[in-house]
Design a protein around this ligand. Sequence first.
Ligand SMILES: Nc1nc2c(ncn2[C@@H]2O[C@H](COP(=O)(O)OP(=O)(O)OP(=O)(O)O)[C@@H](O)[C@H]2O)c(=O)[nH]1
Ligand SMILES: Nc1nc2c(ncn2[C@@H]2O[C@H](COP(=O)(O)OP(=O)(O)OP(=O)(O)O)[C@@H](O)[C@H]2O)c(=O)[nH]1
Ligand SMILES: [Mg+2]
Ligand SMILES: [Mg+2]
Lengths: 277, 292
Amino acid sequence: VMGVKEIGDDVLEDLEEILITSDLGVQTTKTLIKIISDKVARRELNSPDRLKEVLREEILKILSSPQQAPQKQVRPLVILVVGVNGVGKTTTIAKLARRFISQGQKVMLVAADTFRAAAVEQLQIWSERVGADIVKQQTGADPSAVVFDALHAAQARNTDIVIIDTAGRLHTKVNLMEELKKIKRISGREMTGAPHEVLLVLDSTTGQNAVSQAKLFNEAVGVTQLAMTKLDGTAKGGILVAIAHDLNLPIRYIGLGEQMDDLTDFEVEPFVEALFG
Amino acid sequence: NLSEKLNDIFRKLKAHGKLTEENVKGGLREIRLALLEADVNYKVVKNLIENIRVRAVGQEVMGSLTPGQQVVKIVYEELTSLMGGTGQELDFSGRPPWILLLVGLQGSGKTTSAGKLAQHLKTKGRRPLLVPADVQRPAAIEQLIKLGDQVSVPVFPSTTDMNPVEIASKARANAGEYGCDTLILDTAGRLQIDEDLMEELKAIKSKLDPNEILLVADAMTGQEAVNVAKTFNKWLDLTGVILTKMEGDARGGAALSIKAVLDRPIKFVGVGEKLNALEPFHPDRVASRIMG
Ligand SMILES: Nc1nc2c(ncn2[C@@H]2O[C@H](COP(=O)(O)OP(=O)(O)OP(=O)(O)O)[C@@H](O)[C@H]2O)c(=O)[nH]1
Ligand SMILES: Nc1nc2c(ncn2[C@@H]2O[C@H](COP(=O)(O)OP(=O)(O)OP(=O)(O)O)[C@@H](O)[C@H]2O)c(=O)[nH]1
Ligand SMILES: [Mg+2]
Ligand SMILES: [Mg+2]
């Protein structure tokens, strides 16, 4: 077990296996196992069932700690969606648009992925399906220019919510992260305070690299919300615990499928239930 | 990094005289942590540590003047041999049209890898036909058409009112008309637990009898890499793997997990978003990266 020699070693080993195989990662697992074994050493814990209960409580604590700032009362509210390649940004945007529209809001989608083949076409189809406006330019256009035009139009058109789709990019690619910073700067220039939310999308199948992703995207553009997709699969998404612990970023949305209605709000209790399920 | 840690540990241990099996435990723990931090699957790590332990308590380490370096060498060798092996070439036996089927989870990089394979095969003198068999994702067919255009490779004109099995068999029947001898089939991403969609792949397989069925998997995949690979393999009997997004900072333990559970070669790695970003898999390089 993670460098800890205590009584109940095999019980701790079982807990360690649950945490690691749920993708909580080595560091967070070490931290949690240490908390548990310290309690065992201080004789605050002596039954294996109680061990598991306390572990759940500790994870609940970690996940409940990041506080989501209250929704900004601004119009249009501008949400910048970012993340590495293939995690589900474009699909998540469609789901968000669908939700806002069902609440009576006027939504505009911004096709600022001007790089990937058929990225604009993909967002266009979603905008038609959910009933959102779309602002787009040709492939190869400067994404910041698309955003600038879109924010100008949104303010003129009485739009309630603007959601900006960006190209997937690895957080380690400095020039691509600079491009993202520029998109953020340009938004703020066209509309003071924009983007009001920066939503980082993570894939539940990703391992400990998700922590590096969250860290670098946060350093580059300041992440205000997290979404985790593909939790309809078999991955547990435990890396959210590591991210909450290390970076204190609020987890907002969960993706549970490929259709426009497959979005739910992140809730700590059901998530922890599923981890131990 | 791991080599430094192991050299440290064994220098201290050896300083106390003869190295014992008990001493080696500390080193094994560091190796285990390194592998888990690299996202190698928990059970795969367990087995691997046992294989390393057997060698580490043997004469090659115990009798060595530099036991730390010996252990580092053993880890590197075990990882490299586990991930390496034969069969890294694509199977072009038999008569054309040769058929490559790409499968995997949503967003893993199948469509982009199809474009990359088309480019790669063209440089090898083959005549590929890209076949869009994803009729579900918005603009998936358009995406492959654009990629085909970028590498000047013909693309079968699928439409969303066709079904994937029908697309596959029509494409094969018409391959000659396009002047093509190799079909690259792009399929929709799917969960390995979606029985209907796995049945669909099985149907494509029995209709076409592909030369290659390649799992396209993301290098940053965590613990589920084993379940995903195992299940796709159970349904389809995979012939190989393409590991994508390898140029990032993911340690890439998924490579080890997948190879360990499939015992099929990792034939290519994706190292970028452009269509020339496809490389052969180098087990030794990935071994060093996993060791960290
Ligand atoms: N099963 C499942 N699939 C999802 C979910 N979210 C997205 N997907 C699928 O994941 C794949 C990639 O989704 P996209 O929205 O294109 O991802 P992206 O981040 O915009 O990709 P890039 O723009 O290429 O970086 C698609 O096949 C989606 O249908 C989810 O919650 N569950
Ligand atoms: N950085 C990087 N990105 C890659 C690589 N391979 C593919 N991508 C990107 O990953 C994202 C998803 O690629 P796709 O080819 O659309 O993935 P897919 O498996 O076809 O997705 P679905 O059809 O929705 O299941 C795109 O943004 C690609 O450009 C790679 O090797 N490196
Ligand atoms: Mg996208
Ligand atoms: Mg695709």
